[in-house]
Design a protein around this ligand. Structure first.
Ligand code: IPE
Ligand code: IPE
Ligand code: MG
Ligand code: MG
Ligand code: MG
Length: 294
């Protein structure tokens, strides 16, 4: 895991530094919404999605640092989704990234506005990225990937179904669909966006998409397992939030769920075999999904 640890630390440092600039509260009437987003954007997220973006770009021969604002855009979308996910009307969480949730420190309205502001800023960043502007059609392609992933056919749908399924028992297929929509599609879009920035060929896009699809699903199953097996201190977020939710852990038990996640990680790693450059970090990232305690 040494390659992963090192690369993740490098990417995290770069992203943290850039996000600090991008979300810095101005000294005027706009300060509140900036502060509310900055508060959680810099609270110590793992930066798994930016790392995936970087690696996908590199493995297709690109230089991801030129597109750092695209990686930040994805992380902002993810962060905004967490702010919304934690609201009283949704998961009603009190702890996120080791800190009290945004709506408990500010208020619900400020949290909603900060999240929507972060979502908007993401698309502004893509439109304004200098390295993209010179590449015909790339800006539109990236916006399309990201908006589809988080829109009503993607994360929004997944989050709505997740809430509506509270208290009910679902089958494996329905549960997989919810996981894929609320979490998996953003992983897929992230990998594809990294590849598109590198000018990837079709076989590279396809391999990365298969990798990310399985990775995202494994990531959410692992997240559901951690809700049952980890402490709030370890996770930096509330635990036991999913008691009434149909999760893999509840429907199939811990062992069987771990086995499913393990299988997904192996399938994800196998897809990397289709690529021609070094995929060590991506392979270790998939393994990390099963090992993580945060
Ligand atoms: C949490 O994502 C939400 C899920 C999709 C399970 P992460 O575990 O990547 O959260 P951060 O960004 O590290 O806080
Ligand atoms: C949330 O899933 C996925 C999102 C789209 C934010 P969870 O509700 O399980 O995420 P956590 O456990 O609160 O991070
Ligand atoms: Mg949720
Ligand atoms: Mg939640
Ligand atoms: Mg969870």
């Amino acid at each position: 895991m040494k390659a992963l640890t090192q690369r993740l630390a490098e990417v995290r440092a770069e992203i943290d530094e850039r996000l600090a600039v991008l979300t810095e509260p101005p000294d005027d009437h706009r300060a509140k919404t900036y502060r509310a987003l900055n508060y959680t954007a810099l609270a110590g997220g793992k930066r798994v999605r930016p790392l995936l973006f970087y690696c996908a770009c590199e493995v297709c021969g690109g230089d991801p640092r030129r597109f750092i604002d695209v990686a930040c855009a994805i992380e902002l979308v993810h962060t905004a989704s967490l702010v919304l996910d934690d609201l009283p009307a949704m998961d009603d969480a009190s702890l996120r990234r080791g800190r009290p949730t945004v709506h408990t420190v500010y208020d619900e309205a400020a949290a909603i506005l900060a999240a929507v502001g972060g979502l908007m800023q993401a698309f502004e960043l893509i439109a304004a990225c200098g390295a993209i502007r010179g590449r015909r059609g790339l800006s539109a392609k990236l916006s399309l990937e990201l908006s589809r992933a988080v829109g009503r056919d993607g994360m929004i749908a997944g989050q709505q179904l997740d809430l509506d399924a509270t208290g009910s028992r679902l089958g494996m297929e329905e549960l997989e669909f919810i996981h894929a929509a609320k979490t998996g599609v953003l992983f897929i879009a992230t990998a594809r966006m990294g590849a598109l920035c590198a000018g990837a060929r079709d076989f590279e896009l396809e391999a990365l998409e298969a990798y990310a699809k399985n990775l995202g699903l494994a990531f959410q199953i692992a997240d559901d397992l951690l809700d049952v097996t980890a402490s709030a201190e370890e996770l930096g977020k509330d635990v036991g939030k999913d008691v009434a939710k149909p999760t893999f852990a509840h429907l199939f038990g811990l062992e069987a769920s771990r086995a499913v996640a393990h299988e997904l990680v192996e399938t994800s790693q196998a897809a990397l075999g289709l690529l021609r450059r070094d995929t060590t970090v991506l392979s270790q990232l998939a393994a990390f999904v099963l090992e993580r305690r945060r």
